[in-house]
Design a protein around this ligand. Structure first.
Ligand SMILES: [Zn+2]
Length: 64
């Protein structure tokens, strides 16, 4: 049986619910492991979505 994937944020051992691009995630979190994809738990994914959304909004109105 495969071991359940856990969150790739350092210090977090929650089960992962989503996989996101490391490029984006590493701007927000300190990550463990390597590779181009990172696994995030529910809470960290929520935070990831919130932060990346803000970034996209700023791009749209020309702050970035
Ligand atoms: Zn986590």
């Amino acid at each position: 049986m495969a071991k359940e994937k856990t969150c790739d944020v350092i210090g977090c051992d929650e089960p992962s619910v989503k996989t996101v691009s490391r490029k984006k995630a590493e701007k927000i979190f300190h990550l463990k492991g390597k590779g181009t994809k990172v696994h995030l738990c529910k809470e960290h994914y929520k935070e990831f979505k919130k932060k990346t959304k803000k970034e996209r909004q700023m791009e749209r109105i020309g702050w970035v």
